[in-house]
Design a protein. Structure first.
Lengths: 77, 526, 313
């Protein structure tokens, strides 16, 4: 989880990722940041994120992202 | 039936509202559906078949996808579950594609076949081959560009399991056909609107009052501003060769204003009508002329279309394997800023080509799309450089000076774009643009020729004051003030005076009745 | 917040005040003099009007009848007009004029419009009758700027008495278009409804209604003629089809049309007007006003008209 927060801070340090639960709905992550985020997540956690996973519910908060990553890691095994 | 006609405002809508309120809550959606189908039928007659086919298609695709999931869930304990899941995923993807092809196929056939056959035949003629593609005479049902996108978004969202399949055909039909939004959008998402459409909330004083106010504001923009500008715009864009640069420039500026007032005005009427039934439709405009960059403009102008392209073309394409690999290579080579931008080139191109083509079968629309593709891509590429420059020069990115410069820059960009958008063909667009620079003379302001364009000095005065009002409202909205809520806090006397003034303003200064040609909503043709 | 509890009372109060305001403004906006309903012709000064679409507007010159017979009338043709709008226009005309003869150009009888558009117009018409502010809202231009009439444009229109003059020539080369047939193209029911209303309006106002068809190879067919003749017969209305009139100075299709046989130019219109004048003088329905001092203005206009139409310099 800390690793994820580091990635997020790196992309855009202006957001409070622990508290914010509407990162996508409120437009706090623009499309370029989101794409950077996806590819860095893929590298860091060795998962594959497909278009199907790219829904606001999975990216609105750091917690949601983390649980998505864990789900994808579990599916990979 | 135009949204700004008395037939709609004082007959159709009140009758629907009355029937809606008289029925018990669980039957109310049927009134909305019935009214929507009557509305559609009055406009497009038997072409309603296309709407029905589209609805039935998305309904069955949804059911089919759900069945695949159920079958798979039943085999959870099977040994070869992994293989079964892969097979099911492949099947689901095929089902989705079948649905998309059906929907897009209908749209392409109806709207673009002739454009395609025309250009193909012209190409064949150049190669001295015989032309063989016919020109088909096809009537296009109202709103097909809009409801097709709604159908696709429903199927994709079900496929992505963003929400479950809806087994209720009636609810889907209402989502597709809801009359306030059928002509020009806003383009709705199933997950956001379908349930509230179906709910049959009772009419409330607040919803009615706010809805009517929103509609009056929309009527002001459409009838007072847009329709008054129409004769001038039509004249300059058809006879552009006869006018000098200043006049052509005036035509392009007036068209931009007309398009905004017309489209956003009609959307206000749509959202207001829906609000009366307690349905919240998505917003489609957010003070677009206050944008600072081209990409911000498209997050504020025709928002629901931009969002649709982003969600259903841009992201899916960006995350395909090939493009992700390209992005990784680019990041290694160009670093963290340029890398992701490179990854977006192909998806962005697809988005903007689609945007251009969606507006119509014409090279000027394709040019319009590519124009924004180039602008946005350049903006993204230059962003790190700009940021660096501003820091070195100690320019405040939120300072007044920079804002003014950026707003002016965007005005030039937007007006140029709309000039091509409305030009009668791509060539006419370039000729018009050229005449602005080569044939620029200020004499038109002195010799009175501006008053020969179909608008009298009084008309210009109304347009000018109307634009000031629109600007004032935009500034208030930009500051985050909710006008209707603030007015509701006023005392009765000033509040009612405000309402009466608004009604009279539209009634008196509207460009309707004898001496004016009725203008169809501009976006209903796209 | 007590007031919020009784929204019904408040809504009714709101609507009542709104009605008062609308009535007040309607009173303010309704044109004071009846003049202005047909350009700036004095009220009750005209003895005949011609109504129709562009075939009418470009194909009949009232000044020619003044010159020859001293008849006073106006060409009220409106391009693209349909029977429904024409009926509303006629209603309006009868409010300020009392013509003895109404000449109706028949091309409109076969021009249709979508049902929805007709319904929209009907609602607009009713609304305009109830709240005249809706109909006369554009009067703000005169109310706010009373001294600034668009007189120049109006005067030229008035010199020609509504006739749209064109001198251009673009020949029709399609040859004979009068192909006899006994088939009947019936007037569609929507159009027929408004035609019936026009007939009864003229009866009620004591005006003689006369149908006439302007020669036009593009628009006219024998089948349409038969449909019109049936209707005219049933309603006892004189019907002059100038496409078939053997006693008229023949239209020269290489000279008398400005758009390949769709509309007539000045030369064609003059022939139509001569023929209609002869017919009207035969009926004795219209008085000669040439020695009437009240119509002295017409002679001044005639001089301008003759210059404008190059009949004198």
């Amino acid at each position: 989880m800390n690793q994820l927060l580091e990635i997020l801070e790196d992309i855009n340090p202006d957001n409070d990722y622990l508290a914010e639960t509407k990162l996508i709905d409120r437009g706090l992550l623009d499309s370029l940041s989101l794409l950077t985020l996806v590819s860095e997540m893929e590298d860091a956690f060795d998962v594959e994120i497909t278009p199907t996973d790219l829904i606001p519910a999975n990216f609105n908060s750091a917690v949601a992202m983390w649980s998505m990553i864990q789900r994808l890691q579990a599916e990979n095994k | 039936m135009q949204y700004n006609s008395l037939l709609y405002l004082l007959v159709f809508l009140p009758v629907v509202l009355l029937l809606y309120q008289l029925l018990p809550q669980r039957h109310r959606w049927k009134i909305l559906l019935g009214a929507s189908y009557v509305f559609f039928f009055l406009l497009s007659r038997k072409l309603i078949v296309y709407l029905l086919l589209s609805t039935v298609c998305m309904h069955y695709i949804g059911l089919w996808l759900e069945r695949c999931d159920r079958v798979l869930a039943g085999q959870k304990d099977a040994q070869n579950y992994h293989a079964l899941k892969t097979a099911a995923d492949r099947k689901r993807r095929r089902i989705l594609w079948l649905g998309i092809l059906w929907q897009l196929g209908t749209l392409l056939l109806l709207k673009y076949f002739n454009f395609f056959s025309h250009n193909a035949d012209a190409l064949l003629a150049k190669l001295s081959l015989p032309a063989f593609l016919p020109t088909l005479k096809m009537a296009v049902p109202v709103g097909i560009s809009f409801f097709t996108l709604q159908a696709i978004s429903y199927m994709v969202d079900v496929y992505k399991k963003k929400m479950p399949t809806d087994e209720n055909l009636g609810r889907l039909a209402l989502y597709m056909a809801f009359f306030p939004a059928i002509m020009e959008g806003p383009i709705c998402r199933y997950g956001e609107t379908a349930m509230s459409l179906y709910e049959g909330k009772p009419l409330t004083y607040q919803n009615m009052s706010f809805g009517i106010q929103r509609m009056i504001w929309g009527l002001f923009k459409k009838v007072v501003l847009a329709d008054r500008l129409s004769p001038l715009v039509v004249l300059i864009f058809t006879k552009y060769t006869q006018y000098s640069g200043v006049t052509v420039l005036l035509g392009a500026i007036c068209y931009t204003l007309q398009l905004y007032a017309d489209f956003s005005g009609c959307i206000d009427i749509s959202i207001g009508a829906a609000e009366m039934f307690g349905v919240r439709l998505p917003e489609n405009f957010r003070q677009p002329f206050f944008s600072r960059t081209a990409s911000e403009f498209w997050r504020r102008w025709h928002i629901t279309l931009g969002a649709w392209f982003k969600d259903y073309i841009f992201y899916p394409l960006s995350l395909t394997k090939g493009i992700k690999r390209l992005g990784k290579k680019a990041r290694l080579k160009f670093g963290r800023h340029i890398g992701p931008v490179v990854q977006t080139i192909i998806p962005l191109l697809a988005v903007w080509l689609s945007n251009g083509v969606w507006h119509g079968a014409g090279w000027n629309y394709i040019f319009f799309g590519l124009y924004y593709f180039v602008l946005i891509l350049t903006g993204n590429l230059l962003e790190p450089l700009l940021a660096k420059t501003y820091t070195t020069l100690h320019v405040n990115r939120n300072g007044v000076f920079l804002r003014v410069v950026q707003t002016l820059k965007m005005a030039v960009i937007i007006v140029t774009g709309e000039l091509f958008f409305n030009a009668h063909g791509l060539k006419a667009g370039f000729l018009m643009l050229r005449s602005i620079f080569t044939n620029f003379s200020l004499t038109v302001f002195r010799d009175g020729s501006l008053l020969q364009l179909g608008l009298s000095a009084k008309d210009f005065a109304v347009v000018f004051i109307g634009c000031l009002i629109m600007l004032a409202v935009s500034i208030i909205h930009e500051k985050g003030v909710h006008i209707r809520q603030s007015v509701a806090q006023w005392h009765t006397v000033p509040r009612w005076c405000f309402y009466y003034a608004a009604i009279l303003l539209v009634l008196i200064f509207g460009a309707y009745g004898s001496g004016y040609t009725p203008v169809d909503p501009l976006y209903a043709n796209f | 917040m007590k007031e919020k509890k009784r929204p019904a009372v408040r809504i009714i109060a709101f609507l009542m005040i709104l009605s008062v305001i609308l009535i007040g403004f309607s009173f303010l906006f309704k044109p004071k003099s009846a003049a202005g309903c047909i350009a700036d012709e004095e009220s009750s000064s005209l003895d005949y009007v011609v109504i129709g679409d562009s075939e009418c507007a470009t194909g009949f010159s009232p000044m020619e009848l003044w010159k020859k017979y001293g008849y006073v009338g106006y060409n009220c043709g409106v391009a693209g007009q349909r029977l429904q709008e024409c009926y509303y226009l006629l209603e309006q005309i009868f409010e300020c004029q009392s013509p003895r003869v109404v000449l109706l150009e028949t091309n409109m009888c076969f021009q249709s419009r979508s049902d929805i558009r007709m319904a929209q117009q009907a609602v607009d018409h009713v609304a305009g009758n109830i709240v005249s502010l809706y109909e006369y809202h554009d009067q703000w231009k005169q109310l706010l700027f009373p001294n600034e009439g668009e007189t120049a444009a109006r005067n030229t229109a008035n010199v020609n008495k509504g006739f749209r003059t064109t001198f251009q020539v673009t020949a029709y080369t399609g040859g004979n278009y009068v192909i006899p047939s006994s088939d009947v193209q019936e007037i569609a029911s929507a159009q027929r409804g408004y035609l019936d209303q026009i007939v009864s309006l003229c009866r009620e106002k004591g005006a003689q209604l006369i149908f006439y068809s302007t020669p036009s190879p593009i628009n006219w067919t024998y089948q349409k003629h038969n449909g019109l003749a049936d209707f005219a017969d049933d309603n006892n209305i004189p019907f002059l089809d100038l496409n078939l009139a053997a006693d008229m100075e023949a239209i020269d299709w290489s000279q008398d049309t400005f758009d390949k046989g769709d509309h007539l130019n000045f030369r064609g219109a003059a022939k139509i007007t001569q023929y209609m004048g002869a017919y009207l003088s035969g009926t004795g329905l219209l008085p000669d006003h040439r020695s009437d001092a009240a119509y002295a203005g017409w002679d001044e206009k005639l001089q301008a008209y003759l210059v404008g139409t190059k009949q004198s310099s």
